[in-house]
Design a protein around this ligand. Structure first.
Ligand code: MSP
Length: 496
């Protein structure tokens, strides 16, 4: 059995989850479910990033300790994943003791190998942004982001010799063309690597930031939150194995948003190289969900809050929209009209109608048992069958690059072919005929229709797990005896 291990980013717990978090997690869940369907021992991990400035600040604003804050907020994520039917194998928190130990051990080992050194860093520091700026970045001598005053600060910190790995990283990217996906993101990273790579500051003085993992070789400092966070991908699975006994690491896929490309494609691999660990096999960056054309995460001016759609229209319909509407890699827009259009046309019309027609005809004319086809399978049936096979083949060939939107479209094509087949063969007319040849054709049509639908529902099950299961039961999944009829995908009636 082939193995598969994928990861989502671990999410900051400074606020409640929004569409961006929901998307990366649904994407990873669907990708992992497809691998299971195709016979992989598939597992994915998600979790939360609990250290650092953002979290310390959010806790301070509420007047609670960082630990109290993270204990409360990680639950919002777990609850959302339960609601979205997310089937993760493990949920990691970076405050887990075993994670903290893993990070400290790895830093000690880098330090012992001479990969980490300390130096005095001087520069313009912005208290508002909590970071240093280059002289050239300042605007009128002020912080270019907040516009506030900056002060000249001198501070000791620890640095990882990232610059030593620049050429090795470039070679890795060039020698493995599908390591960073999609292609244009790979080129973005290569572009970034044209400039000399700096060493990476991996510490924060405790006087400035207390909420982090203390450095093992200098307890006056905590670990930079990104170094802490990235190591979760290994620390979280160190005690787990695939069914065949092989370790989970290296991951097959890191799924990330495009905003965290550099941390995953530069910081992380160079740390891995210095540690002598194995590199992940693919890093796939998706685009942004836009609302009304802007990079909004919560509500927009028109009051569209994507998260409301889960309650209002159902989990599977929401998952379907996310997966079908975003071509992985590109940006997509979450809009009410496009949501209604997509769900009504793909699910209510194409899939829902096909399913209801076949179900009703078999119930009425064959006592709820899928008939055997007539001996002779005609051209029309062969053509219909070819659509189903194409969808299956396309899914198997493209799952390795996570082309989920395209896979779903191919499955829907087979459903559309079914509806055309029903229009052409008109089983409702055949049913009125007393002739044996019409009765035979009716049996063939309903058999072929049920088969196409079962194939489509099985292939859609990673995206719409509950609805697919209900649909398969309606079609008598195991024994061929039809289940109760229900409108699985009600048409969304309302106007905006
Ligand atoms: N904690 C870091 C990740 C550490 S991984 C070792 C982090 N967390 S985050 O909570 O800010 O964001 C996590 C993910 O949500 C990113 O992949 C990001 O791209 C995604 N999204 C946040 N807003 C988004 C949209 N509007 N659209 C799509 N995804 C976006 O970064």
């Amino acid at each position: 059995m082939p193995n598969f291990y994928a990861t989502t980013p671990i999410y900051y717990v400074n606020d409640k989850p929004h569409i961006g978090h929901a998307y990366t997690t649904v994407l990873t869940d669907v990708l992992t479910r497809y691998h299971k369907l195709f016979g992989f021992d598939a597992f994915f991990m998600t979790g939360v990033d609990e250290h650092g400035q953002k979290v310390q600040k959010a806790a301070a604003a509420k007047g609670v300790s960082p630990q109290q804050h993270v204990d409360e907020y990680n639950v919002h994520f777990k609850n959302l994943w339960a609601k979205l039917n997310i089937n993760y194998g493990h949920f990691i928190r970076t405050t887990d003791e075993c994670h903290k130990k893993f990070v400290r051990d790895s830093l000690q080992s880098l330090y012992d190998k001479g990969e980490i050194y300390s130096k005095e860093y001087e520069g313009w520091y912005s208290v508002g942004e909590e970071r240093f700026f280059e002289e050239s970045e300042l605007v009128d001598g002020k912080d270019p982001i907040s516009g506030r005053a900056v002060e000249w600060l001198s501070e000791k910190n620890y640095f990882f010799k990232m610059s030593n790995y620049q050429q090795k990283l470039i070679d890795q990217i060039n020698n493995n063309p599908s390591w960073i996906l999609p292609d244009f993101r790979k080129n973005e990273v290569l572009g970034f690597l044209k400039k000399p790579l700096n060493d990476l500051c991996i510490s924060r003085p405790k006087s400035r930031l207390a909420w982090g993992i203390p450095l093992p070789f200098d307890e006056d400092f905590v670990t930079y939150v990104w170094v802490d966070a990235l190591e979760n991908y290994i620390s979280g699975v160190q005690d787990r194995k695939h069914a065949d006994g092989t370790p989970l690491w290296p991951a097959d896929f890191h799924l990330i948003g495009k905003d965290i490309l550099t941390t995953h494609c530069v910081y992380w691999p160079t740390i891995i190289m210095a540690m002598g660990w194995e590199l992940p096999k693919h890093i796939l960056a998706h685009g942004w969900w836009l609302i009304d054309g802007s990079k909004m995460s919560k509500t927009s001016g028109t009051g569209v809050n994507p998260m409301d759609y889960i309650e209002n229209y159902g989990v599977d319909v929401f998952r379907y929209f996310l997966i079908r509407e975003m071509v992985v890699g590109q940006d997509a827009t979450f809009g009410h009209d496009s949501f209604v259009r997509r769900i009504n046309s793909d699910l209510a019309n194409d899939l829902g109608n096909g399913l209801n027609r076949i179900h009703k005809l078999i119930l009425t004319h064959f006592d709820g048992k899928i008939p055997a086809p007539a001996a002779e399978i005609g051209e029309q049936e062969k053509e219909l069958e070819s659509y189903a096979q194409k969808a299956m083949q396309f899914a198997k060939e493209n799952i390795g690059e996570a082309k989920l939107s395209q896979i779903v479209e191919e499955i829907l094509n087979s459903v559309r072919a079914l509806n055309r087949y029903l229009e052409a063969t008109a089983p409702w007319k055949l049913a009125k005929s007393a002739e044996q040849k019409d009765r035979d054709k009716l049996a063939t049509v309903l058999y072929a229709g049920a088969k196409t639908l079962k194939n489509a529902l099985t292939l859609l099950s990673p995206v719409i797990p509950q609805k697919a299961e209900q649909g398969l039961l309606m079609l008598g999944a195991s024994d061929g005896i039809l289940g109760k009829g229900e409108a699985l995908f009600p048409r969304i009636q309302e106007d905006k």
